[in-house]
Design a protein around this ligand. Structure first.
Ligand code: ZN
Length: 160
């Protein structure tokens, strides 16, 4: 179970992300990228992968890969990561008879690519309820390992 402060802080970060998307960047995309990398600002960095910034230059399919992960049922070898999002252990954890599916940790619809580093394993029930909600994203966790290379790719298509 998370401390209330962790949940409150995640919601604050999620709201800051939504405000960045609504208001747009104050400078150029490339300036914002430099700022995000220099300061380690994950909220700003993830706002830069939002399709809003690159939909005119490439199709979503080319930027993100297919929507579905090519995985098979991982029951018995992976466990539902519900606790990472909501702080509460999934009731299916350690049950090898429950289907486990690959979910885009950073949502596909918000620019999260279909790459191994963006997988979070969830049971079907938690996969369905997570959707693309950013409020309880683990903003306090590690910088995603796919993010820098994805920003490099996008940067090649977005004019300076
Ligand atoms: Zn679950």
């Amino acid at each position: 179970m998370f401390e209330a402060e962790v949940i409150r802080q995640r919601i604050v970060e999620g709201e800051r992300y939504l405000a960045l998307i609504d208001e747009g960047l104050s400078g150029s995309w490339h300036d914002a990228r430099r700022q995000a990398l220099t300061s380690g600002d994950l909220v700003l960095a993830l706002s830069l992968v939002h399709p809003e910034h690159w939909k005119d230059f490439r199709t979503a399919q080319q930027m993100l890969g297919p929507r579905e992960f090519r995985t098979f049922n991982m029951a018995g070898t992976r466990w539902c990561a519900a606790a990472d999002y909501w702080g509460i252990e999934c009731s299916t954890r350690r049950r090898s008879d429950v289907a486990i599916v690959a979910d885009h940790s950073w949502p596909y619809s918000l620019g999260g690519p279909t790459v191994v580093g963006n997988i979070r394993w969830l049971c079907r029930r938690h996969n369905a309820v997570k959707s693309a909600d950013v409020h309880l994203f683990p903003w306090d966790g590690l910088w995603p390992d796919w993010l820098n290379s994805h920003l490099d790719t996008l940067g090649r298509f977005i004019p300076e």
